[in-house]
Design a protein around this ligand. Structure first.
Ligand code: AMP
Ligand code: MG
Length: 417
């Protein structure tokens, strides 16, 4: 099990570009989640711990991709139709007793093994049965409608790389290889809590000056989507000692502690001092908006990330920084979500030298182009903007102005969450 190095989050500069922050996370951290072997049915959303080398070919034998007539390509006339006697019949799950003679066709069905020496299949729609002969249209290519052994996954090849998060398609691929147990990483154990004297538990009593705590619920859901095992430690009051005690209690049983609120520089922001009292802390002024300073550090051997309090900033800093951090600790592949080109349907000014994520809805314009329309209220506390948004438009550091019609890049939220 890899451990956090002592100053894995150390960074000296004043404003850290987001790409550099992610590169630091990826470069300095390693997997902490131990390996275990699990039945395939329990592997969904787990991270594969070792490269999976295919023990067999998939498909295991050459077979027909259609219902039709199998032939030897060499038996087909160079020009015009070919008439061949139908010598045998083979359905999926059957196999011919002996070889089919050259100069014949074999009635074959999808998934049935190709007769030895037969390499091509004519679809039944393109063939006409005439008594015990079949008349085949010209123009068939060698190998048409036949699937070669190992064409999906070849025996001995890399079927799945270590670090791959196991989605339904990976589970299916592993089953097609005949595997029933996979080496996976155990789920990352993440403790979360919120900080703030103004926070009340949803469902509990809410004093008039309080708001309901939403960040813990957002974070628990985000972490669950990433396959983490979440311990919800509730709301902590704005007290250095209380927070320090909670951190110390949580650290031994968790791989990561994640908090929201209390990391700004106000005198009621106690998270930083609490982490410093217990372990090490590095505050990164990351050049992103929304998102203010993000505190990263460790309490004992446990990684710590302190996110800002505003609910939209929580989500954006999670997606930009905590997601790669969790992936690293999980031993997952460092995956960058795909960006999609969109056209600006809004006018906007922004500060230079910071990456900005703008919440947008996507519409198809009259000319068929995808257009991004900015959500009108942009405050970092406006969670309904995340509910309404289809995507985050990513404005690069050097950009200072967006005009309607400009080409932009967006990250669809559906691919991030
Ligand atoms: P802070 O970073 O603690 O200064 O908080 C910034 C803003 O986010 C304040 O308006 C807080 O009330 C709000 N906030 C902090 N934590 C939460 C939370 N868990 N749920 C909802 N809003 C929060
Ligand atoms: Mg606060």
């Amino acid at each position: 099990m890899a451990q956090l190095s002592d100053d894995c989050f150390a960074f000296g500069g004043p404003l850290l570009p987001l790409d550099e922050a992610v590169a630091l996370i990826r470069g300095r951290l390693g997997p902490v989640a131990a390996e275990e072997r699990l039945p395939l049915r329990q592997c969904l959303d787990r991270v594969l711990a070792e490269d999976l080398i295919a023990p067999v070919d998939v498909p295991p034998f050459a077979n027909s991709a259609v219902d039709g007539y199998a032939v030897r390509f060499a038996d087909l006339a160079a020009a015009g139709e070919t008439a061949l006697p139908v010598a045998a019949r083979v359905a999926a799950g059957q196999r011919l007793d002996g070889p089919a003679p050259p100069g014949t066709a074999v009635r074959i069905f999808t998934g049935a093994p190709m007769p030895d020496g037969f390499d091509t299949v004519m679809m039944q729609e393109d063939a006409v049965l005439d008594g015990d002969r079949v008349i085949l249209r010209p123009g068939l290519k060698r190998g048409a409608n036949a699937r070669a052994a190992g064409e999906d996954v070849a025996r001995g090849s890399l079927a799945l790389p270590a670090g791959r998060r196991l989605r339904p398609q990976e589970i299916g691929l592993a089953a097609s290889l005949g595997l029933t147990v996979l080496p996976v990483r155990r789920p990352l154990r993440v403790a979360i809590f919120s900080t703030g004297d103004e926070l009340a538990e949803p469902g509990g009593e809410r004093p008039p000056q309080a708001i309901y705590d939403s960040n813990r619920f957002t974070l628990a859901a985000l972490l669950a989507r990433m396959g983490c095992r979440v311990t919800d430690l509730g709301i902590l009051r704005d007290s250095r000692d209380g927070i320090a005690a909670a951190l110390a209690a949580a650290a031994p049983d968790h791989d990561l502690i994640l908090t929201s609120g209390g990391v700004s520089t106000g005198e009621e922001d106690h998270v930083k001092a609490a982490v410093e009292a217990q372990g090490r802390l590095h505050v990164w002024r990351v050049g992103i908006k929304p998102g203010r300073p993000v505190a990263l550090g460790q309490v004992g051997e446990t990684a710590f990330a302190g996110l800002p309090g505003n609910p939209v900033a929580v989500m954006v800093t999670f997606l930009c920084l905590v997601r790669p951090l969790v992936q690293r600790l999980q031993g997952a592949e460092p995956l960058d979500p795909p960006r999609f080109p969109v056209r600006a349907g809004f006018d906007y000014r922004k500060k230079k030298d910071r990456r900005e994520y703008v919440r947008v809805q996507l519409h198809t314009a009259a000319d068929g182009t995808l257009e991004a329309v900015k959500f009108p209220r942009e405050g970092a506390g406006i969670m309904s903007s995340m509910v309404a948004a289809d995507a985050l438009v990513e404005l690069p550091e050097e950009c200072t102005r967006v005009a309607p019609g400009d080409p932009l890049c967006c990250l669809p939220l559906g691919l991030l969450l």
